[in-house]
Every structure is written in structure tokens, then in C-alpha cells.
Design a protein around this ligand. Sequence first.
Ligand SMILES: Nc1ncnc2c1ncn2[C@@H]1O[C@H](COP(=O)(O)OP(=O)(O)OP(=O)(O)O)[C@@H](O)[C@H]1O
Ligand SMILES: [Mg+2]
Length: 153
Amino acid sequence: MTQPLAVELADAAATENLGRRLATILTAGDLVVLIGGLGAGKTTLTRGLGDGLRVRGPVTSPTFVISRRHPSLAEGPALVHVDAYRIGSAGEMDDLDLDVDDAVTVIEWGTGLVEHLADSRLEVCITVTEDSRVATLTGYGPRWTGINVATYI
Ligand SMILES: Nc1ncnc2c1ncn2[C@@H]1O[C@H](COP(=O)(O)OP(=O)(O)OP(=O)(O)O)[C@@H](O)[C@H]1O
Ligand SMILES: [Mg+2]
């Protein structure tokens, strides 16, 4: 586990910007788990990530389709955006047949459902208080060992 990195998100543009900066470190095979309550900013961050990765948009809330693939408009990896809100078990998650090796995979509401999909993951936890939002980034597994996320953000 990496040292958690806290980033303040002053407004929606800042949330999107964090996603854009995260795109500079992510490559195919990376799994990002977005944690945070209803309306915390998970999809907003994913939109910035999609922009940074230069994938085909628009990135919107995928609630009714569960998983949406955004192909790269450049040479980079595709973005797979999953909303696991309606998924009840890790087994149901497996039924989606996600190929995490082949894309940057971002999952909303995936806690407890997706950790087995890859040996590493980056968790982004957005906490909302009355007057501020903070994203806390923590890497788990060999992919993130020795990587100081703060140097990229
Ligand atoms: N840092 C921020 N400060 C204030 N508003 C923000 C911030 N980040 C995002 N928002 C706004 O919060 C609202 C909800 O954002 P978003 O849809 O991204 O949340 P979500 O976590 O994906 O929600 P859901 O739980 O429904 O999936 C949007 O109106 C967005 O513009
Ligand atoms: Mg959302």
C-alpha cells in the first residue's frame, strides 16, 4: 500500500483536472476503484480521465449499461468505465467478462466486488464535507510499489 495522498477538490473543474492528471500515469492493465457516496464526483473524475487519455466521449454515468468502453482516439489505451451500483456480488462482476489487461478500467461502487480482478489497484476515495471535497489516492499491489503518486499529481 502506498502512502495515501490527499488532494483538495475546490470545484467540479478541479475534480475533472485530477482525472486529467491521473491519465498521465495510467496504462493498459490499470484498475482504478472510485469510492465515494452519491454525487461525490466519481463520474466527473472519470470524465477528466477520459479527456486525458484522449478517448472517445462522452463519459457519462453508465448506470443503465453498467459498463461502457471508450476507445482511444490516439495510440493509447481504451477507457472502460463501470458503474457497479447494481451489481450484488463478485460473481456477478465476473459475468461482465471485463478484460482488465487490455484497457484502463475505472469502477464506481466497486468496493468489495473488484479487488480480485487484478493484483493491483489504485483507490481514489472522495470524501465530501460541508465546505470541501477531498480525494485520497492509495495504490495497492506491485504495480504501485515504489511509485510516489504525488510526483505526478
Ligand atoms: N469538487 C467538487 N466541488 C463541487 N461540486 C463537484 C465537485 N466535483 C464534482 N462536483 C459536482 O457534483 C455533482 C455529482 O458529480 P458526479 O456525477 O461526478 O458524482 P458521482 O460520484 O459519479 O455520483 P453517483 O454516485 O450518482 O455516481 C456534479 O454536479 C458535479 O459537477
Ligand atoms: Mg457516477
